[in-house]
Design a binder for this molecule. Structure first.
Ligand code: GLU
Length: 467
């Protein structure tokens, strides 16, 4: 069997968002699941809209998500000579013809077709046919090249997502395959659909997995494959990803760059998990590892309808992954984040991650908790007034006294807390709440003995004595 070869072919225009990167995840997973290759190709022929910054976000986003590629990145702008070479083959095979129709003539044609309620299309004026006399070639006009689309019959393919699709060739006009040649050029710049076909051929792509905004290009691309005497790859066109408002996800409608989720504290494995479910399923499984995803992935369980992004669900998925992540690994991530905040940490970090990870949706939230152990905490004045009252101050003083001499570990601290409660006739919350507010700035924390054991004794004594 031939080796599977898939590709991700983003256009570096605007910042790559979750909807785009899902079109990288599936071909990546399919190649990994089948022991194949995954190729990255940057489709940068739109010179006005392509930017290096956008390429950088693509590369960074893929690296962050662990979507490693076996070949590339290839840049279409660097392959122009190759496209022209293949174009010459098509010219030699008589599959292409020059068209001298001017913009004004094309506009007039379109208007007339619209007035007749017909679909606007090129009418084949310059298509050579046996026995047909072509118009006189106008002077000083550099022609575009058009592809001789087959006439009659259908283009059909079995889409792995959408099922059998059939388009009548008569629906397709003769595509401009190269722009007008500039002076000194043998042929003009080849156009998009042609470049994609040459790339998919040269890169020996077996499966094209891409967004369904390209369904309309597919019959044209298949006809070009055939004209070159080649078989097209298998196609799987993924339904759109909608944003939370139910519109197509786009930068214009507020979609964030993929890398922003990294900065907001999402784990790559959680993102992969969430994105995987956005258009694919494995039974009812919601939470799975990268390894499980890759071992389960195939093209038979891709969803047919548009998937809707849901940030609350993404947070939940992230929280599930944080819960099972090793404390040491979280500590490594946190170490970078704390450093960026200018906070120096110590060997308590791993235990702190273990203590707080269950109550966090993101690693940024976890860093917020952990940072309290390395910085001065300013309690909320209302909480202070509510919990740290004159009634409790004697208990706080006694607690400080007893904590100054006990062994500094959870069990001993727990015993001290109980001694103070019974000495002062208080219930646990009456003592624990004020201490939490003083130490952590809030009354909602994990169990107090664990929090205290991970704090420094000096700091706790100082806070209690000042209270
Ligand atoms: N460059 C196209 C895009 O970003 C993808 C083309 C393809 O996958 O064939 O939408």
């Amino acid at each position: 069997m031939t080796k599977t070869r898939t590709r991700f072919a983003p256009s570096p225009t605007g910042f790559i968002h979750l909807g785009n990167i899902r079109s990288a995840l599936y071909p990546w997973a399919f190649s990994r699941a089948t022991g194949g290759d995954f190729i990255l190709r940057i489709e940068d022929t739109d010179l006005e809209r392509s930017t290096q910054a956008s390429v950088d976000v693509i590369l960074e986003g893929m690296a962050w998500l662990g979507l490693d590629y076996d070949e590339g990145p290839f840049y279409q702008m660097q392959r122009m000579e190759r496209y022209k070479e293949v174009l010459q083959e098509l010219i030699a095979a008589g599959q292409v013809y020059p068209c001298y129709m001017s913009m004004t003539e094309l506009d007039a044609l379109r208007e007339q077709q619209m007035a007749n309620k017909e679909k606007p299309r090129y009418d084949g004026t310059w298509r050579p046919e046996p026995g047909k006399t072509l118009p006189a070639i106008p002077a000083g006009v550099a022609p575009v090249l058009r592809f001789k689309n087959p006439q009659g019959g259908v283009v059909a393919w079995d889409d792995k997502v959408k099922g059998h699709i059939e388009i009548s060739n008569d629906e397709l006009d003769d595509l401009v395959i190269a722009r007008s040649a500039q002076s000194g050029e043998a042929v003009g710049t080849p156009t998009y659909n042609f470049c994609v076909v040459v790339d998919d051929l040269d890169m020996a792509i077996t499966h094209v997995i891409r967004g369904d905004d390209h369904v309309n290009n597919t019959p044209r691309q298949i006809n070009i494959f055939k004209a070159l005497g080649k078989e097209p790859p298998v196609y799987a066109h993924l339904p759109t990803v909608l944003n939370e408002q139910g519109e197509k996800m786009s930068k214009r409608s507020g979609a964030k760059a993929v890398t922003q989720y990294r900065d907001e504290g999402y784990l790559p494995d959680a993102m992969v998990n969430y994105l995987a479910r956005l258009g694919w399923s494995h039974g009812d499984d919601e939470i799975f590892s990268r390894e499980q995803f890759v071992s389960w992935f195939n093209l038979d369980h891709l969803g047919r309808s548009a998937a809707q992004f849901d940030e609350a669900k993404l947070r939940w998925v992230n929280a599930q992954h944080m819960k099972v992540m090793a404390d040491e690994s979280l500590a490594e991530l946190l170490s970078d984040q704390l450093q960026k905040r200018g906070i120096t940490h110590d060997d308590r970090l791993t235990a702190l991650c273990g203590l707080f990870k269950d109550r966090c949706d993101t690693t940024v939230m976890l860093a917020d908790w952990v940072a309290k152990f390395y910085t001065e905490v300013t309690p909320d004045p209302d909480e202070l007034a509510q919990h740290v009252t004159d009634a409790v101050r004697p208990a706080l003083a006694l607690l400080a006294e007893k904590l100054s001499t006990c062994v500094w570990e959870k069990a001993a601290i727990s015993a001290v807390l109980k001694e103070v409660l019974s000495a002062q006739g208080l219930k646990m919350p009456q003592l624990a709440m004020p201490v939490r507010v003083l130490v952590m700035g809030t009354a909602q924390t994990p169990s107090l003995d664990a929090v205290l054991a991970l704090s420094s004794r000096e700091k706790i004594l100082e806070l209690l004595q000042k209270a």
